[in-house]
Write a protein that binds this ligand. Structure first.
Ligand code: PLP
Length: 228
């Protein structure tokens, strides 16, 4: 039997997507997890600069092999003891899901003499997962007493993942709830916060997320093909 391997990126999808997104000022993060650096180079050659990875080890292996002007987004669950490995270069840590992690990022940012951009991950899906703040925890965290002490982070907004379901109405409701939280906290104008990014939408649901107010989508399989 013939083994069909498709290593190439989907340039047609990439061009269509960038055209669609640029028109409405939405940032495309190309999620390159599990994909070879050659795939990243292909997209880079087409002018793309924002890439997302969700394993620290994979990211630190890829980063030195690729151009220095790539903006690396860490999109997965980040363990506090691994922050130090990505702190020197990461562009945006999406998915900060605890105050402990936020404090560690701040500490490593100070060590690197830089301000590390982060998004807080909110748990909006009905599915049980360990990761993400709920509305109440977010409220507790986003207080002046807390954020004022975090001079080496810049909290730029929120990130969330909707339920993995074909129920469009449910996914839309979840994205709308995240947008409402974003608007609520953006109003507060807290120190070391600059609420401007609402990261929601992946290959399967970005078209639902955009009308709900997303301005950053994280797209993997649509660009790179399905992962094994
Ligand atoms: C893998 C991943 C994506 C991309 O998923 P696709 O369905 O391949 O587009 C987006 N966000 C997060 C947090 C991910 O882990």
């Amino acid at each position: 039997m013939q083994q069909v391997t498709n290593m190439a990126i989907n340039t047609v999808a990439f061009q269509a997507l960038t055209q669609q997104l640029q028109g409405c000022n939405i940032t495309l993060v190309a999620v390159s997890k599990t994909k070879p650096v050659s795939d990243i180079r292909e997209l880079y050659a087409l002018g793309h600069r924002d890439f997302g990875e969700n394993y620290v080890q994979e990211l630190v292996e890829k980063q030195p092999q690729l151009p220095a002007d790539i903006r690396w987004h860490f999109i997965g669950h980040l363990q506090t003891n691994k922050v130090k490995y990505i702190a020197p270069f990461v562009h945006l840590v999406q998915g900060v899901d605890s105050e402990k992690l936020l404090r560690e990022i701040n500490k490593q940012g100070a060590k690197q003499n830089r301000i590390i951009n982060v998004l807080l991950q909110v748990h909006i899906a009905t599915e049980e997962t360990k990761f993400g703040f709920n509305a109440e925890e977010l409220e507790d965290l986003l207080q002046i007493e807390t954020t004022a002490a975090l001079a080496n982070v810049n909290i730029q907004g929120l990130m969330g993942m909707a339920s993995f379901t074909d129920n469009v109405a449910q996914v839309r409701t979840e994205f709308q709830s995240l947008k409402a939280l974003f608007d609520k906290h953006a109003e507060k104008q807290l120190p070391n916060c600059d609420f401007k990014i609402l990261s929601m939408g992946m290959s399967g649901d970005y078209e639902i997320a955009i009308p709900c107010g997303s301005n950053m989508v994280r797209i993997g399989s649509l660009l790179f093909g399905s992962r094994n």
